[in-house]
Write a protein of this length. Sequence first.
Length: 144
Amino acid sequence: MRYLFWLGLLCFLPPLQAQEISFPVPLLPGDRFTVQERYNGQAVDTLWLLNKNQLRNFIIRAMKQEIDSARAGLLRQQVDLYKKKTEQMAEIIALRKKGYLHYRDLWLKTDEKLEKAEIRAERNLRIGFLSGVLLSAALVIFIK
């Protein structure tokens, strides 16, 4: 009975161990390894075999990528800030241009009115001067 128990244990133990393979699996040159279709419920599609140097380079690249992603995040923030400032400046310029156009039109209208008033005043001065000369001449003629 004991032998039967040990024989059964030896027969059922290797399949149980085969299901409990955890990654990474160390492989020696010449070893073969079959990748299961699913591992812990997740699909396994790639098996990477890396030596120590490749692993170190991979870790270094991963760290650089984290740093680069942080830099990219900062640059995105700066670009967003630049866009906001550009939009604000465009609004300010539009408001100032609108105000400038309003005051320029007001200035031109006022200048036109002033020019008309100056022409009218000069004409009134001429008419007044001529009428004064004629009136004084008429008075001189009638008084004598």
